[in-house]
Design a protein around this ligand. Sequence first.
Ligand code: NIG
Ligand code: FE
Length: 411
Amino acid sequence: MKLLLKDIAMLLQIRPHTTRKVSGQEMKELPRLENAWLMLENDVIHSFGQMSEIPNFQDIKTLDCSGKIVLPSWCDSHTHLVYAGNREQEFVDRINGLSYQEIAASGGGIINSAKKLQATSQKELFAQSEKRLQEVIQQGTGAIEIKSGYGLTTDAEVKMLRVAKKLGEKYNIAVKTTFLGAHAIPPEFKNNKEGYLDLVCGEMMEQIANENLADYVDVFCEQGYFSVADTNRVLQAGKKHGLRAKTHVNQFTAMGGVAASVKHDALSVDHLEVLNKEDITALQQSQTMPVALPLCSYFLSIPYTPGRDIIDAGLPLALATDYNPGSSPSGNMNFAVATACIKMKLSPEEAINAATINGAYAMGLSESCGSITKGKKANLIITKKIPSYGYLPYAFGSNNIDQVILNGTLV
Ligand code: NIG
Ligand code: FE
């Protein structure tokens, strides 16, 4: 099956296979072709070029893209898309003055979601989660990471990861899964955190590794959740089971979680709303991708990750949605890109790099996703007729996407 996209006003984010991520100054560039064609064969990008030099293709299904921009699908490297119910009441409680931490301390937050998820069947959990996945695919996401962490028992954590895997199979979309058993201390272990960590690093991780349910391991390294020592323990256990680290660090407190994650060669460190010099220095000596989650900052009214400082320090940066019921009930990458420009002062080029090639890197998918590269997956966004790519974050409230292509097929 071949599909030709022709008269593309602008083909964006063209990269050689060797580019795995872009850092610092490189993030200001967005390689592109104007008046281009792009040929897809089966599920991959076959070839592309300028319209003035288009080969004489015959009998190929063709899509007219005049006035439109074509770019690689968004790569959302941090979500908790599999969850049960919602936390709308906590949203209202916060409007009325309670803080996110106060709500969590009184048994709400992650524990609230865990109670709901434990009481939800796998079938129902799948049904609720697939609606969200369908929506984010329409919004241009073509590869996604999904975490566990609302189970907090072996059965419920396994249930979440099975649902995440099945979603990837049913929708033929790249799903990377992350085991986040150390997301919160469940009430049964309120005074026995070590006991819970024994379970996470023991039975839970063993079953998850045996069933091949996770690619990565994650910890919420934060005051009131898990310490740096706990983080070291979980990441060490993960390594033993072949699970590389992707961590939640520095959301509210800079306590050394970045350096600890780097020491374990984490693939990514995510959140980073509170970042100090030592954290930046640790990242400069690493291959770890810093990931900002601007929708979480927006929704919780907490500081934005200092993306400008990160990039200006020569580091790479990725953007993800953090889609979850408590701190970001949106998986809309378009809005994440716009918010990064509006609130974090990223240029459109930087934000698009962060949401494509660097997002792919942050979930170990740089081989197949994140850029217009021969042989990579034919996962594409075709915009409406818009004047420029900067219009995407500029017109932040509009749906600027006309069509999406996943694995070479129009969705
Ligand atoms: O990434 N911060 C930790 N975990 C999630 C949200 C958890 C929740 O409130 O349900 C996050 O923001
Ligand atoms: Fe998260």
